[in-house]
Design a protein around this ligand. Structure first.
Ligand code: PBG
Length: 334
């Protein structure tokens, strides 16, 4: 035999020398759930190890992450029922604590990268990402609201705006609205191929943001989020977001859509991100809690697979644990 692939795997040294992909903590984005108030650190039951934080409790957590080399955070607000209405006006109201908390975090950690979420669902009494009219989610009535939310977030100090709503034309609309207000340096991470997935459950528990049941309210998000059966359609969404000025593009969820991550990475010259969503993380946590899988091995393997598929950036609830482990082993998880 002339060729023996096993020679390259014979020792730790050769394996690490020839390892094709490394995923650094800097490439991760840590999703954090916020709550208004003080001294709150309330665990999300369906996503153990993840919490809804009040600002005072969150600041030391962010500091600990930064020390581990984890510098990017995506922030999601849990909004009191009394602030919800049909058009999500609280999303851009000056009284919205999400905006104030962001300004405080930015003041304390100017070197952190803060990413927002733009969609109506936390603020909408119908629980949808857009305005519900006559039983339908109205695309064009939603756009100006998203534009106002984005401007308010840019003003609050977010570095990158994250439209997660899947309305048509929203990336371009947000880009133009922000530019007109002078926020030309605020980036856009587009949720480009966001699927109508069953894996968002724990997230909706955390924020109480699921579609509300009602006669004239669509029961799911299938008229705007993508059909899990579709791949070519992801290229179409990507072409639009690219042309509308997205700085980078995201696929969501990650694990069940590795082919889509690969496809977009092959076809576009902007960075591709993947959102390793709440349900995907919850599955792994549950199996490890049962003793069926070894977390310290299964978790890094999972994140590496998403990276290898073509995601340069990964949003994951395991970001902090990964960074802690990285510190110990410098990327050799074997
Ligand atoms: C809201 C939004 C969702 C997630 C991120 N932004 C839920 C949804 O679309 O219903 C899900 C993230 C996760 O499950 O971790 N627009």
């Amino acid at each position: 035999m002339l060729i023996r692939p096993r020679r390259n795997r014979k020792s730790d040294a050769t394996r690490s020398l020839l390892r094709e992909n490394y995923l650094m903590p800097e490439q991760l984005v840590y999703p954090l759930f916020l709550m208004d108030g003080k001294k709150i650190k309330s665990e999300v039951t369906s996503l153990p190890g993840n919490f809804r934080w009040s600002l005072d409790m969150l600041l030391p957590e962010i500091e600990a992450c930064m020390e581990l080399g984890l510098k990017s955070f995506i922030l999601f607000p849990s909004i009191d029922q009394k602030f919800k209405d049909k058009t999500g006006t609280h999303g851009y109201s000056q009284g919205n604590y999400y905006l104030k908390v962001t300004s405080e975090i930015k003041k304390r950690f100017p070197e952190a990268c803060l990413i927002s979420d733009v969609a109506l669902d936390p603020y909408n009494s119908d629980g949808h990402d857009g305005v519900v009219r006559n039983g339908k989610v109205d695309n064009d009535e939603t756009l100006p609201i998203l534009g106002k939310m984005a401007v308010a977030q840019a003003q609050a100090g977010f570095d990158i705006i994250g439209p997660s709503d899947m309305m048509d034309g929203r990336v371009g609309y947000i880009r133009q609205t922000m530019d007109a207000e002078g926020y030309t340096d605020t980036g856009i991470m587009a949720y480009t191929a966001k699927y109508a997935s069953a894996f968002y459950g724990p997230f909706r528990d955390a924020l109480d943001s699921a579609p509300v049941e009602g006669a004239d309210i669509p029961k799911d998000k299938k008229t705007y989020q993508m059909d899990p059966a579709n791949k070519k359609e992801a290229l179409r969404e990507a072409m639009l977001d690219y042309e509308e000025g997205a700085d980078f593009m995201m696929v969501k969820p990650a694990l069940n859509y590795l082919d889509v991550i690969h496809l977009l990475n092959e076809n576009f010259d902007v960075p591709i991100a993947a959102y390793h969503v709440s349900g995907e993380c919850a599955m792994l946590i549950a199996a490890c809690q049962n003793g069926w899988l070894d977390f310290d091995k299964a978790m890094p393997e999972t994140l590496l697979s998403i990276h290898r598929a073509g995601a340069q950036v990964i949003l994951t609830y395991f970001a902090k644990q990964y960074a802690e482990m990285w510190k110990e082993c410098c990327g050799d998880f074997s």
